[in-house]
Design a protein around this ligand. Structure first.
Ligand code: FES
Ligand SMILES: [Fe+2]
Length: 457
């Protein structure tokens, strides 16, 4: 295997038009090492939803690369994040995935820490460590260098310097708010995240959600044929009534259906709640003369959104909201983390049905997830060959459409909206962000900005 030493080697395959990517970027150890340094260490990594730790003392253990991180809610209600490493001899401190605690006690020698990370006690402290007691502040758990919470989503960074989270999100925050601000009480998780390990590079899953609407008509055809969805196979033929809108917004992509919340399966009481709760700009976009509803998207580098649905009973469509993280374990392996979120005001029956809808289609038991994972792993196998790495991938969908067919001049949201989801615009945006982060100096990698003009639809 040839390591790619310099980003220029990769950029040769990514001309300004951004129509191809080279397959070696999905398995090359040199690329992976650079991704760690330029993307995952300095960038904003999704850690948790605040509803996973609603009460003081609640915590979850999460990861950025190999760093294990405790995300906890302190007695004062503040969310904090610490490296999950004992300050004594670097023992992994907490081995539970989550829970509620008053203290973290290290299994090795028994040092204990408060939920705010402060060293609380250590056996035999006086006089063996110090006659006057050790410096508790000095020996507190190491805070994660940066933590950001927005709209209930908790992000962290391994770099102490960099762009604030809100600045990083830019226009994408407007679309995130469509999900988080449609219920006055916000969102909450339905249980802990599902996790599963798959043999593919992290970008393959991310790309699928960032811009591959195309695959649904073929990969998921059997799901359409058995009637798990209201869509029929012919809805996916060409630019039928199911074609949606693709929005490139900041470091993300969001897709919208030309359908109302009711058509997407939300019951009348929830639709009324959404309409009366959403901020005016988002409400006008979704509930205007032409109804729209978000169906999914992606936030660079590795967080995806899916607001889909399925029939949970004969012709009873129920939606779900899924957030998923493509956590890289190495160049060719990911651990997918998948949360189901629901509006806090939702009824018990909607919550139950929403989870059913999800498990039928996505997650560890989902039909569509299994369709997708098969593609992801076989794509990884396909590109693994020595010569296969030279075969460029084509990101050319949408090039056949004229500008006037794509333009949405009166679209009511920020970013660049194009009038179809049958375009690789989202994939090209993903690779533009990727290239910029990879080409930037390490300290500036996370602040690489997208260039709207550079990503033709
Ligand atoms: S390593 Fe944790 S108490 Fe010694
Ligand atoms: Fe899929």
């Amino acid at each position: 295997m040839t390591a790619v030493e310099d980003i220029a080697d990769v950029r040769d395959g990514l001309p300004a038009g951004r129509d191809t990517v080279r397959s070696e970027i999905y398995s090359d150890p040199g690329i992976w090492s650079r991704e760690r340094e330029r993307i995952f260490e300095p960038g904003w990594n999704f850690l948790a939803h605040e509803s996973e730790i609603p009460e003081p003392g609640d915590f979850v253990v999460r990861y950025i690369l190999e760093d294990s991180i405790i995300v906890s809610r302190g007695r004062d209600g503040t969310i904090r994040a610490f490296l999950n490493v004992c300050r004594h001899r670097s023992m992994l401190l907490c081995r539970a995935e989550g829970g509620s605690a008053r203290k973290f006690v290290c299994p090795y020698h028994g040092w204990s820490y408060d939920m705010d990370g402060r060293l609380s006690s250590l056996p035999l402290e006086r006089p063996y460590f110090s006659t006057s007691g050790v410096d508790r502040e000095e020996l507190s758990l190491r805070p994660l260098p940066r933590l950001g919470v927005t709209e209930g989503f908790v992000f962290g960074s391994l770099a102490s310097e960099g762009e604030p989270l809100e600045e990083y999100l830019g226009d994408f925050a407007w679309y995130l708010a469509i999900h988080t601000r449609r219920d006055p009480q916000g969102l909450e998780v339905l249980g802990p995240p599902q996790r599963w390990i798959v043999r593919n590079n992290w970008k393959i899953g991310a790309e699928n959600f960032a811009g591959d609407s195309y695959h649904a008509q073929y990969t998921h055809r059997s799901v359409l044929e058995i009637g798990l969805h209201p869509n029929s196979p012919k809805d996916f033929q060409g630019r039928g009534k199911r074609d949606g809108i693709n929005v490139l917004a900041g470091p993300g992509v969001m897709r919208l259906a030309r359908q109302s919340a009711a058509e997407r399966g939300y019951p009348p009481d929830m639709v009324d709640l959404f309409r009366s709760t959403l901020p005016a700009p988002q409400r006008d976009l979704l509930f205007g003369d032409e109804p729209r509803w978000p169906t999914g998207g992606h936030l660079f580098p590795n967080l995806s959104f899916l607001n889909a649905g399925a029939f949970v009973a004969e012709r009873r469509l129920v939606p779900f909201l899924n957030v998923r993280l493509w956590r890289p374990l190495d160049a060719e392996t990911i651990e997918t983390w998948s949360w189901v979120l629901v509006e806090k005001s939702a009824s018990p029956s909607f919550r139950r049905d929403s989870m059913r809808s999800y498990v039928l289609t996505f997650g560890t038991t989902g039909t569509e997830e299994q369709d997708d994972v098969e593609n992801f792993t076989q794509m990884q196998r396909g590109l693994a060959g020595v010569r296969a790495k030279d075969v460029p991938q084509q990101l050319i969908m949408g090039r056949g459409l004229r500008e006037e067919e794509l333009a949405m001049p009166s679209f009511g949201g920020p970013g660049t909206a194009v009038a179809t989801t049958y375009t690789d615009a989202g994939l090209r945006r993903f690779h533009q962000l990727w290239e910029r982060a990879m080409a930037a100096p390490p300290s500036a990698a996370a602040v690489a900005r997208p260039d709207d003009a550079g990503v033709p639809a």
